[in-house]
Design a protein around this ligand. Structure first.
Ligand code: DX5
Ligand code: ZN
Length: 221
């Protein structure tokens, strides 16, 4: 597994020119496209769904698409996103009636599966499903909106998740989502994250490559 991956959240991209935005951010050095799905039910906001994911694939995007489901119920969306070309599908355990079944649906469909933990959600369920997951995503803001501030106690939780992943001996990505920027990315990596979602920090700047280069320089320091 590549040690560090930068995953721009297209939530902060210009939706009127989404294909071009994704092309530009990949050309700027992004590794993974982070795709935030919100349903105005599990979270108080509404974004994009499987049709947009498949449109990006048709547009020619070959990079991994990391679908972060903030929807309830979860299972119906899994099939739709498998068909739409998702590479990773992650969901919040609170939003699924049957966590193990949802993970199984993702795996059987050929995608990588992950669980997402809100800032105040304990990691307890992880130990029962470690064998089935490829990604642990820790939210460092409350889900629903871009541009929020990183919640500092997520660093302790990252260390906790890192220890669980290492003890499992499995190749599981530890992704962090919310308020990540070039100033705090180094500290976040030191706490154990290897995959960094960043929305506003990248898309609110005119030069995406400059921000991504700055993030990589901080990670290499
Ligand atoms: C929030 C989303 C994030 C969001 C991050 O619910 O899951 O992916 O886009 O945005 P920033 O990086 O601006 O905090
Ligand atoms: Zn997200």
């Amino acid at each position: 597994m590549q040690p560090f991956a930068i995953a721009p959240s297209i939530l902060s991209a210009n939706f009127a020119r989404l294909g071009e935005e994704v092309d530009n951010v990949l050309a700027a050095g992004a590794d993974i496209v982070h795709f935030d799905v919100m349903d105005n039910h599990y979270v108080p906001n509404l974004t994009i769904g499987p049709m947009v994911c498949s449109a990006l694939r048709k547009h020619g995007v070959t990079a991994p698409i990391d679908v972060h489901l903030m929807v309830k119920p979860v299972d119906r969306m899994i099939g739709d996103f498998l068909e739409a070309g998702a590479s990773y599908i992650t969901f919040h355990p609170e939003a699924s009636e049957h966590i193990d079944r949802s993970l199984q649906l993702i795996k059987e469909g050929g995608a990588k599966a992950g669980l997402v933990f809100n800032p105040a959600t304990p990691l307890d369920v992880l130990k029962y499903v470690m064998e089935k997951i490829d990604m642990v995503l820790l939210m460092s803001v409350n889900p629903g909106f871009g541009g929020q501030k990183f919640i500092p106690n997520t660093l302790d939780k990252l260390r906790e998740a890192r220890a669980l992943i290492d003890a499992s001996g499995r190749e599981i990505r530890l992704e962090i989502d919310g308020g990540v920027n070039p100033k705090n990315i180094r500290e976040i990596a030191a706490a154990g994250a290897d995959t960094f979602v960043a929305g506003s920090a990248i898309f609110n700047q005119p030069d995406y490559k400059a921000v991504i280069d700055q993030m990589r320089a901080e990670l290499a320091r």
